[in-house]
Design a protein around this ligand. Structure first.
Ligand code: UD1
Ligand code: UDP
Length: 374
């Protein structure tokens, strides 16, 4: 039997969390030769995920640099893949979402005329500077893509608005598949700070913030709002695993570094993360992934951005976009902490992102496609 060669390329934490369940699924099918290449755009934060899922990449481009820029990541990925792709000769390259690794890997594949499958296709804010550069990255990927794996019907409609009609499959989001590997009932935390928290008798606010467009003033505003929220709500504790980007850490540690009941940790592994989220009272975040995860657990999510490409949970009422001004963030979060009715309205588990079988659907479509095209 001729096997179809599927090469998954990813490089950052969120891509890995959402691609590993798919890599595991592809592995189950003997008609597929399942190859993984990580760019290493992230290092520690990527390796944390690979360890949890026990995915060992076939190729590691080891690209992360301390002060990498969008240009250096892009050119490093292009140059490395220009050499590697002709060696591997994949029938299909899979990329995920909207990172610079994903856009560059799609472009590198296009240069070798290798078809691309885009996992998490069709998300849009219609503002190319927010999120930056992710909105443009995913638009570029859409121009190159052969197989579109859209998490929701709404994502499919976004593609259709851009006159893309062929090969769009609504699959759900693979992040929901990831929970099967990470969420456990009697979970024992590994992180020392999390080990000490009494989740049953305190209200935990889980937060993350790292986006490029929030660096500087917006992140300062966010941190100042958090400081006020904690001062005014004596029963809450903030858990904030801080991204390893020095530009993020500098601001966050300066403003929140010495505050009581604010726990700043290094990035925690995805098992700890999903289990702390499922036990939290509220999530505050500028991350994309957390906006999909909170609703699954029925935990309200306050988005520290001016827009979102994930309107499904906003429409369902469990996600609220707060913006990046101190006063607005303070008011919205303070209300959720003190107004039971407002909180209850948001704290409902909704599941616009699928049933945990997205990876199976994607694999099935790849196999069907390969029978005609490979
Ligand atoms: C990238 C993605 C963003 C995604 C985020 C997930 C782009 C343009 N951005 O942004 O879409 O939301 O990842 O976290 O692709 N660092 C480490 N160790 C790590 C990871 C990062 O030290 O494991 C530090 C390095 O100094 C690195 C810096 O963080 O230079 C920034 O990393 P980079 O991947 O360039 O940007 P992110 O903000 O992480
Ligand atoms: N996450 C994690 N550890 C952390 C922070 C986040 O495992 O310390 C997970 C989180 O649960 C989600 C993903 O990382 O699955 C989100 O990634 P990130 O915020 O880096 O990127 P984004 O989703 O914004 O692209």
């Amino acid at each position: 039997m001729k096997k179809i060669k599927v090469l998954s390329i990813f490089g950052t934490r969120p891509e890995a969390i959402k691609m590993c369940p798919l890599v595991k699924e592809l592995d189950k099918h003997e008609e597929i030769e399942n190859i993984v290449c990580v760019t290493g755009q992230h290092r520690q934060m990527l390796d944390q995920v690979l360890d949890i899922f026990q995915v060992i990449p076939d190729y590691d481009l080891k690209l992360m640099k301390d002060k990498q820029t969008l240009t250096t990541i892009t050119t490093d990925v292009l140059i490395s893949l220009e050499k590697l792709l002709p060696e591997i000769k994949p029938d299909l390259v899979l990329v995920h979402g909207d990172t610079t690794t994903s856009a560059s890997a799609a472009l590198a594949s296009f240069y070798q005329q290798i078809p691309v499958g885009h996992v998490e296709a069709g998300l849009r804010t219609y503002d190319i500077y927010s999120p930056f550069p992710e909105e443009m990255n995913r638009k570029i990927i859409s121009q190159i893509t052969e197989l579109f794996f859209a998490p929701t019907e709404n994502n499919k409609k976004n593609l259709e608005k851009e006159n893309i009609y062929k090969n769009i499959f609504v699959t759900g989001n693979t992040v929901i598949d990831a929970f099967q590997y990470t969420v456990k009932e009697n979970y024992q935390f590994k992180n020392n700070v999390l080990k000490e928290i009494d989740f049953d008798n305190s209200r935990i606010v889980l937060m993350t913030a790292h986006r490029r467009e929030n660096l500087g003033k917006p992140l300062e505003n966010i941190c100042k709002a958090v400081k006020r929220i904690v001062e005014n709500n004596k029963d809450i504790q903030i858990v904030y695993p801080v991204h390893l980007n020095p530009a993020v850490r500098e601001t966050v540690f300066e403003i929140l570094g010495n505050e009581e009941r604010i726990y700043l940790t290094d990035p925690i592994d995805v098992e700890d993360m999903h289990n702390v989220m499922s036990r939290s009272f509220l999530v505050m975040t500028d991350s994309g992934g957390l906006q999909e995860e909170g609703p699954h657990f029925g935990i309200p999510v306050v988005v520290l951005r001016t827009e979102t490409e994930r309107p499904e949970a906003v429409e369902a009422g469990t996600v609220q976009v707060a913006g990046v001004r101190e006063e607005e963030i303070y008011t919205i979060v303070n209300r959720l902490l003190n107004d039971r009715e407002a909180y209850q309205k948001m704290a409902r588990a909704v599941n616009p992102y699928g049933d945990g079988h997205a990876s199976e659907r994607i694999t099935e479509e790849i196999i069907k496609w390969s029978k005609i095209h490979v």
